[in-house]
Design a binder for this molecule. Structure first.
Ligand SMILES: [Zn+2]
Length: 156
């Protein structure tokens, strides 16, 4: 693995995915790592067709200590999809705005990662993400016991 880009907001890591048999690039907002309470953090990256997950275990210096593949993922699409954009953000209820803004930067992530970005409690972010999912702004994917949220796409 190697860090291929580090800017004030994000870090981009290149890592080999055994399922894809190729190097993939994973971009993570630095706040997710910088504000983590313990290390390594687990960052799940969903990608590919069929979709699968690669979890990166990242230390405080953005080094990848290990990876784990998840082949069994269950995608839970909302009934109505309303892709989240900066414009759509204006319609999002006020209490959910910070969460939605974090998701726009994160693109995909868990409640813990969103909590690292907003400074709120992961349990609160879990509720807010669930609400954004029900409103159609996010797609939710279950990987083992965990939920990963992604920005919904207009034409998936
Ligand atoms: Zn892959």
């Amino acid at each position: 693995m190697s860090i291929i880009n580090l800017n004030p907001d994000e870090v981009t890591i290149q890592i080999f995915c055994k399922t894809c048999q190729t190097e993939i690039e994973v971009t993570i907002p630095r706040l997710v790592i910088d504000n983590a309470k313990s290390f390594p953090i687990a960052h799940l990256h969903l990608h590919g067709d069929p979709p699968h997950g690669l979890t990166l275990y990242i230390d405080r210096h953005y080094g990848v200590r290990g990876t784990e593949l998840s082949e069994a993922v269950t995608i839970e699409k909302p009934k109505e999809i309303a892709p989240l954009t900066s414009l759509v953000l204006l319609r999002v209820p006020k209490r959910l705005k910070q969460t939605a803004l974090a998701m726009l930067k994160l693109r995909q992530g868990s409640a813990i990662e969103v909590a690292n970005m907003t400074g709120k409690d992961p349990a609160v972010e879990s509720q807010y993400l669930g609400q954004l999912w029900r409103m159609g702004y996010l797609i939710r994917t279950r990987v083992q016991q965990h939920y990963q949220y992604q920005i919904a796409q207009a034409n998936p």
